[in-house]
Ligand binder design. Sequence first.
Ligand code: GYE
Length: 354
Amino acid sequence: MKKKVLAAMLCMAMAATLVVGCQGGKESKSAETGDAAEDGGSDVITVGFSQVGAESDWRTANSESMKATFSEDNGYELIFDDAQQKQENQITAIRNFIQQEVDYIVLAPVTETGWDTVLQEAKDADIPVIIVDRMVDVSDDSLFTAWVGSDFELEGQKAGAWLNAYAEAKGIKEINIVDIQGTIGASAQIGRTKGLEDAAKEYGWNLLASQSGEFTQAKGQEVMESMLKQYDNINVVYCENDNEAFGAIDAIEAAGKTVGPDGDILVMSFDSTNAGLTDTLSGKIILNTECNPLHGPRVEEIIKKLEAGETPDKLAYVDEDIFSYGSDVTSVTIDGKDYAVTEVTDDVISQRAY
Ligand code: GYE
């Protein structure tokens, strides 16, 4: 885009003295103009993607979806930056993208706040910013062009409504629940935690403790270990992603307790990755609320609209399922809308690539 304009201007400027091919993309060569002429006329779209990190299976699937979509074969140059769960790394990456004059910046923000300055810099450089997965909380919505991701609070509400219905179906009188939260300040944490807190209030559950497990298996295990030492009456653990659930299950079993429908503790989770659903089939995870990571094609659709001069939706929510062990609860209702609950089977798992 901008590079093409620059190349065209250079071609015009040189036309008087030089014969330069301005249409042939990579074939166009000029010792004088280097990069710009090389890129001139080519339709390659440069995308700088600042990814949160590699903290979970969900994240890996998300990175793969982005890489597969924004491939050279599909006409893109993807500059992928892994921020290792640190916002300062994301800010540095965005500044680098601006310097490299990418055509689009795609940001999967680690937390919601703290983006105003750097997104203003991108706006000043006329580079559209697409937010993916978690949300940004900015004072001026024009600092980003579009967002695509999940309704994390709805995910939490689904999980809460399911637990209430399951407890009724099973005659569980008292819920003593702990929350292993995601990265504090991430939309996925904020929404899922809120869904649980509201349900606990509404249904009179004892929410014994809430602590972040950073969306990782290692931290999930560590947090569960310490919660088990502190409380001997936990009968439900609400893990805000699959990897935390894997860690929590290890901690529970290491403490000599059991998980599952007939065990000491029910484990709830989010994401519904292949490994997560496998644990749901066995009942180790009793409920797995889906969160879809395959955003590559969705971001591409936004870019295609922008390339065509169209205006994409500012906010786009992804539809998501609810997966349970067994079929004690077949649907939940939130704000008057019914959501089906799917019992996990081998078939469901075999369809899950990530
Ligand atoms: O649930 C978790 C990942 O933001 C939706 O981040 C994403 C969350 C996902 O680490 O596994």
